[in-house]
Write a protein that binds this ligand. Structure first.
Ligand SMILES: *Cc1c(COP(=O)(O)O)cnc(C)c1O
Length: 494
């Protein structure tokens, strides 16, 4: 059977030893030690390891046991350390996904899964995980409309929408609209809005993949309503407006407003991207669903896990007949969301402010006092740390060019890699040779965990202490260990 090493750590590291053991023990001792290594079946009867089997499955636990035994055979750990080493190698949960603290200063970090769910949404997901009445009316016992309470919540939040439908993500919403309304026809779109979202994902390619043809109008920097009007004809499926959500063009620019395009006799579909349902005072430039529909858009598409602060999903909001036709299209079945998403979305829409909303409006002075308090406590432990001002961004395809005043802990650069690989991974960013831990996207209740992670790095423990000979320093190790999250915010918005 394939033995899967536990990612990221060697058994020696898990036992608090350096990755490369020092001098090997003398040959005779080594043979003795090998005989004392506990056997797999004995180890699996250890109550702590058998409890881990209930939590994680036998396959994972056996792999950790074998890895610990192997490390003992190699002389990296003593035979007596094998059970504890195996336990230390086990992940906290059955999924390899690890919860991290987002101290990048990018509120919606694509590499960190965009919006964190609210406590209400997490609770809703847990409750929906078993059998639920997602498609059953419990009163009558007959089949009911899937996700009806979630759709009702969407309708309540966006009164201008005649109907709503939910699919897997923003891209799926566009695919459904393009397939149902424009396959074999033309989608009229401005040359200034042929955007790439991130990771090589280009909207024009996505639209063309549905069998629609793109009819480009205007220029990169200027497109007028007349440009659209000139090409509308029997072949037009719809006019598409796309929010340039991750870049800005300034200078000699012009674009047509939704309201200028609604008299052309074809539906206007607006991809707002970020999922703001109504105008947000802190983000005056960011389009929102309600305003776009009031301006005459037939359909608005958006993501659920950007500024809306919910689970990954795609929203379709608009004229009732049109949305119903999309929901009935055969492709809709392939794009439909699961009950967990429906539960999380409803709780996001009806529950208390999301972590994203809170982070967006957090008072800079409060962030500064949190940073000051943390810096004082950590400096008292002898750590080279100070509280500094910082600039956070929205990220994740929203509010390009907006910076949010913030506060951060500034630490020596090697902390970045060590914090990322610690027991509670913390992802910060590098700026001017320092590791910054920006607090805007960190919920206040995580401050203690953040401080604990910094202390653990400083104390060495299983993480290499900064300044240690083995600490990442120039060369391949560092660049390989560097994530996009280490780069400056402007480069890693997606
Ligand atoms: C993010 C974004 C998308 C893609 O949405 P996903 O939910 O990532 O599929 C499409 N259009 C715009 C304008 C966006 O900002």
């Amino acid at each position: 059977m394939e033995q899967r090493p536990v990612p990221g750590r060697t058994a020696g590291e898990a036992a608090g030893r350096p990755a490369v053991p020092g001098n090997p023990p003398p040959r005779q001792d080594a043979a003795d030690a090998r005989r004392r290594i506990p056997r797999t079946d004995a180890l699996m009867r250890d109550p702590r390891l058998s409890a881990a089997v209930d939590r994680l499955g036998a396959h994972r636990v056996k792999a950790a046991v074998r890895q610990a035994q192997e490390e003992a055979r190699a002389g990296g750990i003593a035979p007596e350390q094998v059970p504890q080493t195996a336990l230390d190698l086990l992940p906290g949960t059955a999924s390899a996904l690890r919860p991290v603290i987002n101290a990048t200063g990018v509120l919606l970090h694509t590499n960190l899964g965009r919006a964190p769910l609210s406590a209400a949404a997490r609770q809703a997901v847990r409750e929906a995980a078993g059998p639920t009445d997602v498609e059953l009316d419990l009163t009558t016992g007959v089949r009911a409309r899937r996700g009806r309470s979630t759709l009702a919540a969407l309708h309540e939040r966006v009164p201008a929408a005649g109907a709503a439908h939910v699919v897997n993500n923003g891209a799926a919403a566009l695919v459904l609209a393009a397939t149902a309304l424009a396959a074999g026809k033309e989608i009229v779109v401005s040359r200034g809005e042929m955007v790439e979202i991130g990771d090589g994902f280009r909207l024009p390619d996505l639209l063309v993949s549905t069998g629609a043809r793109l009819r480009e109008v205007g220029t990169t920097n200027r497109t007028t309503a007349a440009d659209y009007a000139a090409v509308i004809g029997p072949d037009t499926g719809f006019v598409l407006k796309v929010h340039p959500s991750n870049f800005r063009i300034t200078g000699f620019t012009r674009s047509a407003e939704t309201a200028d395009l609604t008299g052309l006799g074809v539906p206007v579909v607006v991809d707002i991207g970020s999922g703001l349902l109504a105008p947000h005072p802190a983000l005056p430039e960011e389009p929102d669903a309600d305003s776009q529909l009031r301006a005459g858009a037939a359909l608005v598409t958006a993501s659920g896990d950007k500024l809306l602060g919910g689970p990954q999903c795609g929203l379709l909001l608009g004229q009732e007949a049109l949305v119903r036709a999309l929901a009935r299209h055969p492709l809709a079945r392939a794009l439909r969301v699961d009950k967990l998403t429906l539960a999380a979305l409803e709780a996001t829409l009806t529950g208390p402010p999301t972590p994203t909303a809170v982070a967006l409006t957090e008072d800079p002075d409060r962030l500064r006092s949190r940073a000051d308090r943390l810096a004082v406590a950590l400096a008292a432990a002898g750590i080279d740390v100070r509280a500094v001002g910082s600039a956070a961004t929205v990220g994740g395809g929203g509010a390009p060019g907006v910076t949010l005043p913030s506060a951060a802990l500034s630490l020596p650069e090697p902390y970045a890699a060590a914090l990322r690989t610690g027991r509670t991974p913390v992802v910060g960013r590098l700026e001017a040779g320092r590791c910054l831990l920006d607090l805007r996207a960190v919920p206040p209740e995580d401050d203690d965990r953040l401080a604990e992670a910094v202390r653990a790095v400083s104390a060495g423990g299983r993480d290499r202490p900064p300044g240690d000979e083995q600490a990442p320093r120039g060369g391949g190790e560092r660049s390989a260990g560097r994530t996009t999250a280490d780069r400056r915010p402007a480069e890693r918005r997606a």
